[in-house]
Design a protein around this ligand. Structure first.
Ligand code: FES
Length: 157
């Protein structure tokens, strides 16, 4: 535990140092940590808070407000399903239900085999092809249950 804390401290220190004296440093620091570690570990929050003279609760509030920050490392694949209105009105809920069942996880979870992380996203700018998703950075439109089955198989590879 102490070793993990020390490793996190040394991983985040250069990122904090790089941004702490800039204007509006919190988001660039969080972005940098997520880029470097693939997530923003909770153990990193005290270091950020101390460097920026914020409370831990203030830092945590920002981390939890933005859906893109992950507290744990993602799976090998990241599947983002659009949960915004246009996609919901075109059957997005049914597809989301289906995918959660097929993958055996809920939103914000990673499958036990580390294959896939499922995340909600709020509009991918692909409303005309709703319901939409993004798999490992590639957008997918006109999702239906058949495509959901294919996606669930693809992420297991
Ligand atoms: S609402 Fe889903 S892509 Fe815009």
């Amino acid at each position: 535990m102490q070793q993990a804390r020390t490793e996190i401290a040394s991983a985040v220190a250069p990122i904090i140092d790089r941004w702490k004296n800039e204007e509006g440093p919190l988001l660039p620091i969080l972005n940098g940590i997520q880029r470097e570690l693939g997530h923003v570990p909770r153990e990193s929050l005290p270091f950020i808070a101390e460097a920026l003279n914020l409370t831990r609760a203030e830092v945590y509030g920002v981390v939890s407000f933005y859906h893109d920050y992950r507290e744990k490392p993602a799976g090998r694949h990241v599947l983002k399903l659009c949960r915004a209105e246009a996609c919901q009105s075109m059957g997005g809920d049914a597809v989301a239900e289906k995918l959660q069942k097929l993958l055996g996880i809920k939103f914000h979870e990673t499958s036990a085999d580390g294959a896939v992380t499922l995340e909600p996203v709020y509009c991918l700018g692909l409303c005309a092809c709703a319901p939409s998703a993004m798999l490992d950075g590639e957008v997918i439109g006109r999702l239906d249950e058949a495509r959901a089955v294919e996606i669930a198989a693809e992420v297991r590879v």
